[in-house]
Design a binder for this molecule. Structure first.
Ligand SMILES: *Cc1c(COP(=O)(O)O)cnc(C)c1O
Length: 365
């Protein structure tokens, strides 16, 4: 095996997509599969589509281009607000985008008219997480101006929570979204196709029956990719968490003191991390580092192994209590949280390998 390597179980991702699509369908909600956590990988997108997902969304135009080049022909939405400097590409490559600035929507309209198409716009409303969105008081004048723009269609209203500030979806904020949508509908005499209330942070509210009936669309990434909801990162019932595993190889394995020797100043990243003195420990030096993963959201599969720290190209693990004695050339296995997954998918140094089904992978572990 070439290491470091990210092993991707497409069967597990398909299974998760199916479980999520079914759950949301029971509540009358369509799901767009969000591929940004997987860098718009077409194979992963295809696994989502096999699981019953019918539309996809990504935050990066590069990823959207990759999806199209990989043969994906379902509708694609740009999840990140379009940049004014990049409007032509947004219109050329996507069917729809999320928006919150009237100048950007006007530029999208001009470009769409020039191309002879209509670009769908979902307006994002600020409901407390304080990332993207139009403040509720500014929404009606915004819509009023937007409806004069012939190149865009107001496809719906959305909000995003739990990303920047961890604000949890609630009956209150979801009802606020629905009330604003219905106010637009009655004031301007139109019907909004999408009321897009949720990302993976909405699963608990949905399952508890607290989602207002008018919410009919969700944008779901992490629950499919990693099998968890995202307010407490609880594994979601009926989904699999063994979708991605990271393999790294031991380059050095030696018994060393656990506490650094000599005067200490900053480490490679300007930090001064604390070290407990636990006497001599067996330390494994692995060929993966901060350039490849987010160390904080990486977990060794073997509970006897602990991560000590990492620099750009090395990860140090305490393998004193590893289930199997570790040696140079051995490969250690890690589960990934969202940050680690994003980084590993992005790192060109981490090889990607697809596998189907848990069995073949269990054998490799
Ligand atoms: C990333 C993102 C999502 C998907 O979030 P998950 O927690 O991965 O489900 C949904 N909507 C927007 C606007 C996003 O940026």
């Amino acid at each position: 095996m070439i290491t470091p390597c990210l092993s991707i179980d497409l069967g597990a991702i398909e299974h998760n997509a199916q479980a999520i699509v079914r759950l949301f369908a029971e509540h009358g909600i369509a799901v767009s599969g969000v591929t940004k956590g997987a860098c718009g990988d077409p194979e992963i997108a295809k696994a989502m589509l096999r699981g019953g997902i019918e539309t996809l969304a990504d935050s990066r135009l590069e990823n959207i281009a990759q999806l199209r080049d990989g043969g994906i022909d379902v509708p694609l939405t740009l999840l990140r607000l379009p940049a004014l400097s990049n409007i032509a590409e947004v219109v050329a490559r996507t069917n729809a985008s999320l928006n919150s600035e009237i100048d950007v929507v006007a530029a999208l309209s001009d470009e769409a008219e020039r191309c002879g198409v209509v670009h769908d716009v979902v307006l994002m409303v600020e409901l407390g997480d304080l990332r993207e969105g139009i403040c509720p008081n500014d929404l009606m004048p915004f819509v009023d101006r937007m409806l004069d723009l012939p190149g865009v269609r107001l496809a719906g209203l959305g909000t995003n929570l739990a990303c920047l500030a961890g604000v949890v979806p609630s009956p209150d904020n979801m009802t606020q979204l629905v009330v604003l949508a219905e106010e637009i509908e009655s004031k301007f005499g139109l019907e909004l196709e999408l009321i897009s209330g949720m990302n993976s942070s909405g699963l608990e509210l949905l399952a508890a029956g607290g989602m207002p009936a008018r919410v009919n669309h969700a944008r779901i990434g992490e629950a499919i990719l990693l099998g968890c909801e995202t307010t407490h990162r609880r594994p979601w019932p009926g989904t699999r968490q063994d979708t991605f595993l990271l393999y790294a190889e031991i380059l050095e394995c030696k018994r060393k003191p656990s506490h650094p020797l000599g005067e200490r100043a900053e480490d490679a990243f300007g930090q001064r991390p604390p070290f407990d003195n636990r006497g001599e420990r067996v330390r494994a030096l692995l060929n993966v580092g901060r350039e490849d993963v987010d160390i904080g959201s990486l977990t060794p599969l073997d509970p006897g192994i602990a991560i000590v720290g990492a620099s750009s190209g090395y990860l140090v693990a305490d393998v004193t209590e590893a289930t199997d004695a570790a040696a140079v050339g051995d490969v250690l296995t890690f589960r990934l949280g969202y940050g680690a997954l994003l980084a590993a998918m992005t790192s060109t140094y981490v090889k990607k390998r697809f596998c189907k089904g848990h069995k073949s992978r269990a054998a490799e572990v």
